[in-house]
Design a protein around this ligand. Structure first.
Ligand code: FAD
Length: 499
């Protein structure tokens, strides 16, 4: 019988999508010599098959695994990503970039935006705050390079299927056992409520001490067996459908994701070396699946390579991410929606947090509570950032946008909006993912305006302020002018070896 005091020697990972293989590779590499790890996946069920845009934190995970960037690029058909271009979000025909870069230079008392805001009032600043950020400008000019002396904060667009294969190789090299087949039943101990084993369709039984649920949206273990509960966020994030297709490339790959708002949601374009990933995320209250599909097909470029596939989802979070001896990682733990490509980041955070609190000597409630509290905090911060994009808009052209613009929002987000509007300040709390530059780019891009700037700026006279702003702008321009085109850099340095 499993109970809290049993040592954890056998880990079973249920699911072999991005979450399952990321977990298996990290556990195998970092603690694989001390435990047995088995991953179960079903070819018949398959994976969600999307999730191709990442954010820069992925480098941390790759460094832990010893993955070299060029090797990853070659194996996953990847391109570089410097940010996301948000088109039609504030108004139709308006666009802005949320880049991964740092805006300008801060001073101890106030962020760069305060200097920029005063400069704007006096006609000194460039209207585009992104002119003070190298990643922003490089993205707009389709440029990129990895330079020894000056790193551009970047992430990847990658092929999700190839990425899982790439990680599988690493996991198996580190002793992870893969079992193919369908899990038919999850056995739970009636006294402790712990999961004891999984019955497979081939009649074998897989026993374990700790189970990682990477089974996707349904949460086969965490929800279907343990009935953990789900906190629904669809009143704040109403999109609940996506349709995805792949198309042939028709132009050189750009170093950013495109997010193009539509009448009841938004469309993504993710450039890979070999093809383009496209999708349309929308809300079924305002658009049927057929309309959603057609709208996507009407707005892709290049020959369509796959049948459009509709994916249903619900935004929200599992009430506990770790319950009894089961930890949910990936879509089984909840889903915010893919607007800022945060799901793979949350997978990686879940894995690292689990490894930091790994219950080798037995599962203890304080470990579980600690894990859940940190996960909850982190997820809520990301949720607020995504809601910001939908809520702060000037669009009035459809019922969907009217709903988003007028819906009640979490108090935590309202506070950030009020603070920025009234004082020009933004902040990042503790371990939150999105920093000041991210909040600023999206708040300004969506049309928020600050009523004042910090008084520290008045310590500079107009001439000093102009020199300060111009100095940053010139150095950003000089850095970006020296870069090659993104596509040329890939062709010369990290061409894919996948046919
Ligand atoms: C429309 C959309 C777009 C997205 N875009 C992004 C993005 O750009 N960036 C990003 O970071 N994330 C994105 N995501 C999220 C990302 O796709 C997921 O976080 C990621 O793919 C991980 O999925 P998963 O491994 O949890 O689930 P899945 O890929 O669904 O894998 C589930 C696994 O469990 C197995 N399984 C299920 N049931 C059983 C069973 N009974 N027996 C045996 N095996 C079973 C399946 O075979 C599969 O191997 C997106 C998600 C959606 C829906």
């Amino acid at each position: 019988m499993n109970n809290q005091l049993s040592k954890v020697k056998r880990v079973v990972i249920a699911g072999g999508g991005t979450a399952g293989w990321m977990t298996a590779a990290a556990m195998g590499k970092l603690i694989g010599k001390t435990i047995d790890i088995t991953l179960i996946e079903s070819d018949e069920i398959g994976t969600v098959g999307v999730g191709e845009a990442t954010i820069p934190t992925l480098h941390i995970f790759h460094r832990l695994l010893g993955i070299k960037p060029a090797e990853l690029m070659a194996a996953t058909n990847a391109t570089f990503k410097l940010g996301i271009s948000f088109e039609n979000w504030r108004q139709v025909d308006h666009k802005y970039m949320h880049s991964f870069g740092y805006l300008g230079k801060d001073c101890w008392a106030g962020g760069f935006q305060h200097f920029w805001l005063k400069g704007l009032q006096n006609g000194i600043s460039s209207e585009e705050i992104g002119d003070y950020c190298a990643e922003h400008l490089a993205a707009r000019e389709n440029k990129f390079a990895i330079l020894a002396n000056q790193e551009f904060n970047h992430a990847y667009h990658l092929d999700a299927g190839l990425y899982a294969k790439f990680l599988r190789k690493i996991a198996e090299q580190h002793g992870v056992t893969r079992k193919e087949g369908k899990i038919e039943k999850v056995n739970v101990d009636p006294d402790s409520g712990f999961i004891t084993s999984l019955n497979m369709a081939d009649k074998t039984v897989v026993e374990g001490d700790l189970f990682i649920d990477c089974s996707g949206f349904k949460g086969l273990l965490i929800e279907e067996a343990l009935h953990t509960g789900f906190e629904d966020w669809s009143h704040w994030l109403p999109c609940d459908r996506a349709v995805a297709v792949q198309t042939e490339n028709v132009q050189p790959a750009i170093p950013y994701t495109r997010s193009i708002a539509r009448s009841a949601g938004w469309q993504w374009r993710i450039p890979l070396q070999s093809r383009t990933g496209n999708g349309h995320v929308f809300c079924s209250r305002y658009m049927s699946d057929e309309e959603g599909k057609q709208l996507l097909l009407d707005n892709v470029e290049g020959k369509v390579l796959t049948d459009p596939r509709v994916i249903k989802f619900r935004t929200g979070t599992r009430r506990k991410h770790w319950n009894k001896n089961c930890v949910a990682i990936g879509l089984s733990s909840g889903f915010i929606e893919p607007l800022e490509s945060t799901s793979i980041h949350l997978i990686q955070r879940g894995i690292i947090r689990l490894l930091q609190n790994f219950p080798k000597e037995g599962i203890r409630q304080p470990d579980i509570d600690h894990f859940n509290k940190l996960t909850e905090f982190e997820t809520a911060g990301i949720r607020d950032f995504i809601i910001l994009h939908y809520h702060v808009t000037e669009r009035r052209d459809s019922d969907f946008w009217n709903y988003c613009r007028t819906m009640p929002i979490p108090e935590s987000l309202q506070h950030r909006i009020d603070l920025f509007k009234q004082t020009g300040k933004v902040f990042k709390e503790l371990d939150e993912l999105f920093g000041e530059s991210s909040w600023l780019q999206v708040m300004l891009g969506q049309g928020l305006q600050a009523e004042q700037y910090h008084s520290i700026v008045d310590m500079m006279d107009d001439r000093e302020l102009e020199n300060f702003l111009e100095g940053i702008r010139k150095s950003v321009r000089a850095r970006v002018s020296a870069l090659p085109m993104h596509n040329d850099f890939i062709n010369h340095h990290c061409k894919s070896n996948v046919v």
